[in-house]
Every structure is written in C-alpha cells, then in structure tokens.
Design a protein around this ligand. Structure first.
Ligand code: SAM
Ligand code: SF4
Length: 335
C-alpha cells in the first residue's frame, strides 16, 4: 500500500504520472553523429556538470518520489570517468525497478560485463548502418567494427533485453531499413527506428531534406517481413510490431508523424542538472543550486522536483521547416 501511494507522487497538471527519468551524465562523446551534433562542438566546462555524487543524490530523490525507472544516457555515458561506480550506486537504490542505459556501443567491449554486474538490466545500442564507410560518414568518428564487437559483448553477458536504435535519414541510410531489421532479428534483438528530431542546429544537412517518415520505414519493412501489431509497451513513445519471421520486436518512434505526448511518463535531467519537463520544449527547473546548497536539504530537492511537475507542458511542437525551436543538442538533453 505504501508503495502505491509513493508512486502517485509525481503527477502533472494533465494527470500524467511521471515515474521514469532519463539522466544525461555527460555532453561529451567519442562520435559526432550528423543528426545529433555539429562537426565542431564546444563541450561544457567540467565544473558545470553535476558530479557523480550529485547525480546519485538527484537520482535518489527521484526514486524516493516514486520513480521506478532510470535511463542513463548522454552524450556517450560510457566516456564519463567512473561511470560504473555511479551505476553500481544507482543499482542499489530502494524502489528502483529498472536501471537501463543508452550507448553508442563503442566502449561496450570494455564495459559490458561491469555494467551487467552493476545492475543494468536492459541496454539500448545505437546502430545506424552496417556499412563501415557509411557508419563513419554518419557518426563522423565511429568505427563500425568496435560497435559490432560491443553488441557481441553485450549479448555475451546476458542483458535481459538489448534493443538497437537506428535514426533513418534520407540520402544516408534509408536503404538499410531491412538490412538492420535482419541483423537485429538474426541475433534475437529488438530494433527501433527513430525519425530525426530538430534539436540544436546541425551543419551537415538540412533536416527537411533528409526526413524519412515512419510510414516509409514501415512500408519498407513490409516488403520483406510480416509485421503484426503488438501491444508490447515500454511506457515510451515507440509503437511496436512483432516481426513474425524473427519473433523480435520492431519499434517506430515518430515525433513528427505521430505525436506521443498524451501518454508521456518521463522527464529528463541534463548533465548540468537542469530538470527538463519535455524533450521538445524549454520548460525546466535548475536543480544544480539546490543540490549544491550548503547545508544541503533532501526535502528542498524533493520539493523543487515536485513543484516542477506543474510546468510540464502538454506536448512538444517539433516542426520540420525553418530553424529548430529547441537550440540545445540531443547530447546535452540525453536521448
Ligand atoms: N550516445 C548514446 C547513443 O548514441 O546511443 C546515447 C545518447 S544519444 C543522444 C541517444 C539517442 O538519441 C541515440 O539513439 C541517437 O541516435 C538519438 N538521437 C540523437 N540526436 C537525435 C536527433 N536529432 N533526432 C533523433 N534521434 C536522435
Ligand atoms: Fe554521440 Fe550518441 Fe550523439 Fe551520436 S547520438 S553524437 S553517439 S551522443
């Protein structure tokens, strides 16, 4: 009973229950994916980032307010120094049902076993192309072979679920939709396809020109696979299908073509400690001064988080044409 009351703690003006937080632990990354960053990025000075201890404190406040799922992301979370120590700490938070991670996979050969041991149950690995040259073109710096090794390492250590994420861009990788589904299916992995979102300005392409809708992706997949509607749900924005040939799931994340805000159950913490109430809006509360206040008060931190729910907006307003409405890049926000 006590558990049920706790879970009801974070509720916004529209009656949506927030029980899922995505935490960006760094804005840095070893890749520069064309849809996520510019070629030349200036990263935040380190003192502006929450320390690992501060991240742990904020995460604990959330779980004490009924949050049951934490996703650690970035930037590339596995380039943050001592990230495993933070994950070990989070893995032991009372009340936390799921600790999950999103990564580009490049550091997984080194870290997969430690992550599993720390209590990470599920992992999302980004994979946009199976062709080494093209992979390099999209990530600007990535090495496909390292990522494939990382996927193999993750499979070997027995995560409960591994899901691949692919951002599909016309003129880059739209002809690999089925190849990626085959790759995933042959390995018993799920895969989600993501429409590019207009977060921050990017310098390599015009987003309106590269837009490839989920409807196109679905049509491509249906040329090769039999897809059944699935009620499989992770509480996220993906709409899932079951691939009859492989028995695995295929998700479509469509911020442009299908708005997913009505069932939103999540908020995000940027690596600087800004609590973002919506990925596609700027409504936020700065938690850094609260967590850095001396003396520190857990009650004040929880109160600030609680009050922030009142400014969670109804939904995002992504648009394809013109300047991005949101100037921050995805690496800051945590995808
Ligand atoms: N570095 C990790 C990775 O790439 O998986 C975690 C952070 S990354 C920001 C999280 C996810 O956001 C990735 O799957 C990435 O492909 C996706 N992403 C980044 N920028 C995006 C954008 N502008 N639109 C849609 N998805 C984006
Ligand atoms: Fe790095 Fe992930 Fe952004 Fe690619 S999508 S640049 S891997 S943070």
């Amino acid at each position: 009973m006590a558990q049920a009351i706790t879970r009801r703690h974070l509720v916004d003006r529209f009656g949506r229950h927030v029980d899922y937080v995505r935490i960006s632990v760094t804005d840095r990354c070893d890749f520069r994916c064309v849809y996520c960053m510019s070629e030349q990025m200036e990263f935040l000075p380190r003192q502006q980032l929450l320390t690992l201890e501060e991240l742990g404190t904020v995460a604990r406040a959330f779980t004490e307010l009924g949050v049951v799922k934490l996703r650690i992301t970035g930037g590339e979370p596995l380039v943050r120094h001592n990230i495993v120590a933070l994950l070990e700490q989070l893995g032991q938070l009372p009340g936390l049902g799921e600790l999950v991670l999103t990564t580009n996979g490049s550091q997984l050969p080194r870290y997969a076993a430690q992550l599993r041991k720390a209590g990470v149950r599920r992992i999302n690995i980004s994979l946009d192309s199976l062709r080494a040259e093209r992979f390099r073109r999209m990530s600007r710096r990535g090495d496909l072979h390292k990522v494939l090794e990382g996927i193999a390492a993750a499979r070997a250590v027995g995560f409960e679920r591994i899901k691949l994420n692919a951002v599909i861009l016309k003129g880059y990788n739209q002809d690999e939709v089925c190849a990626l589904a085959n790759f995933a299916g042959e390995r018993g992995l799920d895969i989600s396809y993501i429409e590019e979102m207009p977060l921050g300005s990017v310098d390599g392409h015009n987003r309106a020109d590269t837009y490839y809708s989920s409807d196109h992706i679905l049509a491509d997949l249906r040329q090769q696979f039999t897809l059944e509607e699935s009620d499989y749900a992770t509480g996220g924005p993906a709409h899932y299908y079951r691939n009859v040939q492989t028995g695995t799931h295929i998700g479509l994340i469509s911020p442009h073509s299908h708005n997913f805000c009505a069932s939103c159950n999540r908020v995000r913490l940027t690596c600087e400690g800004r609590l973002l109430l919506c990925l596609g809006q700027e409504h936020s509360r700065d938690l850094r001064p609260v967590v850095r206040a001396r003396p520190f008060s857990m009650a004040a931190l929880k109160q600030t988080i609680h009050e922030a729910m009142h400014i969670k907006p109804r939904g995002h307003e992504f648009q394809l044409q013109g300047e991005p409405v949101i100037m921050r890049h995805m690496n800051l926000t945590g995808g």
